[in-house]
Structures are given as structure tokens and as C-alpha cells.
Design a protein around this ligand. Structure first.
Ligand code: NAD
Ligand code: DAU
Length: 359
């Protein structure tokens, strides 16, 4: 039975990946999920799998060398899938240091521990040991409107403390591959959306505010473009890269789905209006009148767009979920999980919202 060490599996993409992997492989795999449970980590995302005999949760910080080496010492880990990170750009602008700590140093700890556990005396690695570093398209910087794409060969040009710290972590992984022939891959993915996403990010924030009749904050002129991918398609890409990709390669993962932020907000409102029955009192306040333009994000990247040509040509992966279907599934999930939203928006999130937004 193959053993996976997943970091950050209690977050948005990590928990969706764990669900995907158990759906696909069932009892053929074992997953150890190591997560510090920061504000973004939520064990409620994993209630469906927590009792499985082939699933283990370990609460630990990826910066804690002893804890991470201990996991490798006690388990014969075959695959590492490294999601754990500070992931929100606005938080990185307010408080950059923790991003360097977790994203750069934490990745260094993970790489060192995996190498120490796996490397043989002759500098080679046992067949089947693989480390996948989950990264972002933001490392490539910003594209002009309507022109060009991010390829694996595009030079790095990060602008925010978040994307710089992710670029730093990518460089470390590249250095380990070049220096130690460490068996790894990097994936650089575009914006994800779907179930279990923390409502500091655009799509769940807008769904939650609209349902509660709160203003819908749009940064700047609302015309910044992101390339949206349904999270399950990302989970599938990660698995396919690890199983079918060439070691030491980077693969860009993207949705072929560019949208301006204002279009996203309008689609959410229209979809909510369609989906809410007339008898639902929330239907009265879900309206475009809630849209409020606010001060722009500092250093706001104008446009991201991935060219997923390499992953399609080499591995056969391509996005499967059309945005019109994915956004409906996502909104339906938030409808059906009101308690999840209540729990994550109580307490600390409320304080965060008040420091970030005056609307
Ligand atoms: P998230 O913020 O929802 O989850 C991050 C998880 O990591 C949380 O469970 C948190 O508790 C955990 N974590 C944070 N610091 C930790 C530490 N020091 N030790 C152990 N665990 C820690 O993030 P996400 O959106 O699920 O993103 C996951 C990964 O995917 C990140 O590396 C991110 O850079 C990358 N990514 C995200 C997107 C996106 O659109 N969300 C797109 C491309 C790449
Ligand atoms: O591109 C991949 C990246 O996508 C990931 O690496 C990051 O972890 C993830 O957070 C995401 O980054 P973005 O900054 O693109 O996502 P966010 O949801 O924060 O914002 C999406 C766009 O919407 C961006 O242009 C800023 C804008 N925005 C965001 C919020 C939260 C608003 O206009 N209003 C808002 O309230």
C-alpha cells in the first residue's frame, strides 16, 4: 500500500485533494495529513474521512524539524504532496513575515526531511519516492490585458510578499532537484474555486456577503483578470503529474477560463437569483446594487492566464468542469453547508473582515 504525506490537508485545496484521492484509490492508499491548523485549516473539511483506518491526522507545523523528521522516521513515506502555505495575498501585504517563515522555511524543512529519509548512500533514491510541490501561477507576475500566457519557461517576476515567498519555495525545490537529484515535481496552478474555500478569497466572500445582504467589495476598476479552475480538476492534475509526469519537470495547470473580477461577481449574483426559490427571504436582497468599488489592492497583478499545453500534451490532463457548472456546484455547496460558513466566519474571521474592509 502506497503512503502519502500530505501537508496542509485541512485547507481548501488539500482537503479537496484528500477527498479526491480516497474516492479514486479507496483502501489502496494511506494518507497522513500534517497540518498546523492555522485560521485556514479546518478539520470540519475532513469529517467524511476522519474515521477511515487508512487516514491519519497529525497536528504539526511544517517548520518544526523534529516533528516532520519524526513522521518520516515512523512511516515509510512514498509520496509527499506539499500544500501547506500561507495563501492569501491581502494578508501577505499586511503581515509578510509569516509568509517567509511558512512558505520558504517550511518548504526547506520538508525538503530536508524527505531527502534525509529517502537518499541512499550513493546519492540515488529508491524507485517510487516522489515529492510534489504545489505552487501558483502568481510567481510569473502579471500579464498585459488580452496578450500572452504563462508558460513553464516564463521568467519568475513575483510582486506580492505571498508570490515572492512561493517563488522562493519553488527555487528551493529546483535547487534540490539540480543539486541532489531529488525526485520532485512542481505544479503552478491558476485560481481555484469550489467547496471548502475560506471566505477571505473572492468567490466564497462574494457568495457569503450576497446571501447576507452585505456590500460586495470589488478592488480598483474590477477589470483584473484571473483564470479560474474548479478545485477537483486541480486535485486530478496533481495526481496525474505525480503518476504520469516526468520527474524534475514543472507543469502549469490552468482552467482556460479567464474572467474579469466584475464578471465573476455578476455571474454569482445572477446564479444566486436563479437558484434561490421565491419563498427564500434572501432572494430580495441578492442584487447588483450591493456591488461596491473599493480601494485597489497594493501591487495588484492585472492579469493571470496559464497555458496548460505541456500538461495536456505529455499527460493528457485538461480542465473538465465548465465554469457555468462549477460555479453552480460551488454555490449549491455553500447553500447546503450554512453551518460550515457560520463556524468559519465567527470569531477570528470577523476581526479579519473588520480590519480589511470598511464596507
Ligand atoms: P489554504 O490557506 O486554504 O490552506 C493552507 C493550509 O495549510 C491550512 O490547512 C493551514 O492550516 C495549513 N498551514 C499553514 N501554515 C502551516 C504550517 N506552518 N504548518 C502546517 N500547516 C500549515 O490554502 P489553499 O488555497 O488550499 O492553497 C494550498 C496550496 O496551493 C498553497 O501552497 C497555495 O500556494 C497553492 N495554490 C493555491 C491556489 C488557490 O487558488 N487557492 C492556486 C494555486 C496554488
Ligand atoms: O492565482 C493563484 C492564486 O489565486 C493562489 O496562489 C492564491 O493562493 C489565491 O489566494 C489566489 O490569489 P488571488 O489574489 O488571485 O485571489 P483572491 O481571491 O484574493 O482575489 C481574486 C481577485 O479578486 C483579485 O484580483 C483581487 C480581487 N478581489 C479579491 C477580494 C478578496 C476583490 O476585488 N475583492 C475582494 O474582496
Amino acid at each position: 500500500m502506497r503512503t502519502y504525506l500530505v501537508t496542509g490537508g485541512a485547507g481548501f485545496i488539500g482537503s479537496n485533494y484528500i477527498h479526491y484521492m480516497f474516492r479514486k484509490y479507496g483502501d489502496q492508499i494511506r494518507i497522513i495529513n500534517v497540518d498546523k491548523l492555522t485560521y485556514a485549516g479546518n478539520l470540519e473539511n475532513l469529517t467524511e474521512v476522519e474515521k477511515l483506518p487508512n487516514y491519519t491526522f497529525v497536528k504539526a507545523d511544517i517548520c518544526d524539524k523534529e516533528a516532520i523528521s519524526g513522521i518520516f522516521a515512523e512511516n515509510d513515506i512514498d509520496r509527499v504532496v506539499h500544500f501547506a502555505a500561507e495563501s492569501h495575498v491581502d494578508r501577505s501585504i499586511k503581515n509578510p513575515e509569516v509568509f517567509v517563515q511558512t512558505n520558504v522555511l517550511g518548504t526547506a524543512v520538508m525538503l530536508n526531511a524527505a531527502r534525509a529519509a529517502w537518499e541512499k548512500e550513493d546519492g540515488t533514491y529508491p524507485e517510487g519516492k516522489k515529492f510534489l510541490h504545489v505552487s501558483t501561477d502568481e510567481v510569473y507576475g502579471s500579464l498585459p490585458e488580452g496578450e500572452g500566457y504563462f508558460y513553464e519557461t516564463t521568467p519568475y517576476s513575483p510582486h506580492s510578499p505571498y508570490s515572492s515567498s512561493k517563488a522562493g519555495s519553488d527555487m528551493l525545490v529546483k535547487a534540490y532537484m539540480d543539486t541532489y537529484h531529488f525526485p520532485a515535481n512542481i505544479t503552478n496552478c491558476s485560481n481555484n474555486y469550489g467547496p471548502y474555500q475560506f471566505p477571505e478569497k473572492l468567490i466564497p466572500l462574494i457568495i457569503n456577503n450576497a446571501l447576507n445582504g452585505k456590500k460586495l467589495p470589488v478592488y480598483g476598476d474590477g477589470k483584473n483578470v484571473r483564470d479560474w479552475l474548479y478545485v477537483e480538476d486541480h486535485a486530478k492534475a496533481i495526481d496525474m503529474v505525480q503518476e504520469q509526469g516526468r520527474l524534475f519537470e514543472t507543469y502549469n495547470v490552468g482552467g482556460h477560463n479567464e474572467k474579469q473580477n466584475i464578471q465573476i461577481v455578476e455571474i454569482i449574483i445572477e446564479t444566486l437569483q436563479e437558484m434561490l426559490p421565491d419563498s427564500d427571504p434572501r432572494k430580495a436582497h441578492v442584487s447588483k446594487d450591493l456591488i461596491t468599488y473599493v480601494e485597489d489592492r497594493k501591487g495588484h497583478d492585472r492579469r493571470y492566464a496559464i497555458a496548460p499545453d505541456k500538461i495536456k500534451a505529455e499527460i493528457g490532463w485538461e480542465p473538465e468542469t465548465m465554469f457555468k457548472d462549477g460555479i453552480k456546484k460551488t454555490i449549491r455547496w455553500y447553500f447546503e453547508h450554512e453551518d460550515w460558513m457560520k463556524n468559519v466566519t465567527s470569531g477570528d474571521y470577523q476581526k479579519y473582515y473588520e480590519t480589511m474592509y470598511t464596507v
